[in-house]
Design a protein. Structure first.
Length: 340
């Protein structure tokens, strides 16, 4: 509703689908049938309403939950029972990232915690510049080849050693071209992507860059703004921009292959009722994007041509996921929908 927002993307692991709703209730479902396996309320008993933030991650039979109540909770994935809990000094902004039993999670004050997955103890921390105004949500860190790449709402990007948090390099995607009041926010909400030695990161304020993972050198950059995560497939990068465009970009040089313009307004004549888009994901040779008025489009990744449209039960502003031959959507009125 207007006070409690859904922001946590579902996750899928070992035949189960996990969700977190607007009241920090986590549930597990059979991914094939949709039957509920277990459900847990994780908000503290004395919790106030209106906390926003957090998400889910899975590793080795455990679900790791970050919450807007400054808690990191480890649950048994099969039963939902607590394994351990940890409270920090600030609400979590994003879903956690887990790799090799190390959890990486970012708070509202742009502080990254690296935490031992066995017991919840802090291994090290790292801080960026704190911002007073932000877009809801954020980007969870990316981890590969002994490096964790973290982005903050300030537009900062850091590459850190996973062992101790030592900075390898830093960059900033703040200060791109400004086309509206919202693009003055430097937030990086789309996840950074590490792919074949390069880091791809995009900011709300209009900068998209490919950066060498080891050296921090920019390979190329483009004036494209987005709050969605890029999707990389082969030599293609697919981006849903802040201007309601789906763009295909070359991975090597950032050259644009094609642009598909999506509906921007519910009433095109009066320019009212802004439509919000989310995605894309690539499934069975088609890109899938969804919007806030309850539509899911399938689009050719080769030409950008719209191939079809499906009506959702409500608007969808959380990115869909794909697993085991199905695409899962979590609608804004908290309906979970699966398509084969």
């Amino acid at each position: 509703d207007d006070e409690e927002w859904l922001i946590a993307q579902p996750i899928s692991a070992e035949g189960l689908l996990y969700t977190m709703d607007a009241e920090t209730e986590v549930a597990a479902f059979n991914a094939l049938t949709g039957n509920e396996i277990w459900r847990r309320e994780l908000a503290p008993e004395d919790a106030e309403e209106g906390y926003i933030g957090g998400g889910l991650a899975f590793e080795s039979g455990r679900i790791f939950v970050t919450t807007g109540y400054s808690q990191l909770i480890c649950l048994d994935a099969k039963s939902g029972k607590d394994i351990w809990r940890r409270k920090v000094d600030n609400p979590f902004r994003t879903a956690p990232t887990i790799r090799s039993n190390r959890i990486y999670a970012v708070t509202l004050k742009n502080k990254l915690y690296a935490i031992d997955g066995s017991n919840g103890q802090t291994l090290w921390t790292h801080s960026g510049v704190e911002e007073t105004a932000n877009i809801i949500g954020g980007a969870n860190p990316a981890v590969d080849a002994g490096v964790v790449v973290v982005t903050y709402s300030s537009g900062e990007v850091f590459a850190l050693k996973v062992e101790n948090g030592k900075e390898l390099w830093s960059d900033s995607l703040a200060g791109g071209r400004k086309t509206s009041s919202t693009t003055t926010l430097n937030t990086i909400r789309g996840r950074p992507i590490i792919d074949r030695g390069l880091v791809f990161v995009i900011s709300n304020s209009g900068q998209f860059a490919a950066i060498n993972l080891r050296t921090g050198k920019r390979i190329w950059e483009r004036n494209i703004g987005s709050i969605e995560s890029p999707w990389i497939a082969g030599n293609f990068i697919f981006i849903l921009t802040n201007n309601s465009e789906l763009v295909a970009v070359s991975r090597q040089k950032g050259e644009i292959y094609w642009v598909t313009y999506l509906s921007k307004w519910e009433d095109q004549d009066d320019k009212t009722g802004r439509i919000m888009w989310t995605g894309p994901i690539l499934a069975s040779d088609r890109l899938i994007v969804t919007n806030s008025i309850g539509e899911a489009l399938s689009i050719s990744p080769y030409s950008g041509r719209v191939l079809g449209k499906v009506e959702m039960p409500d608007g969808v502003t959380i990115g869909p996921i794909i697993a085991n031959g199905s695409v899962f959507f979590l609608s804004d009125d908290a309906d979970l929908v699966a398509y084969r």
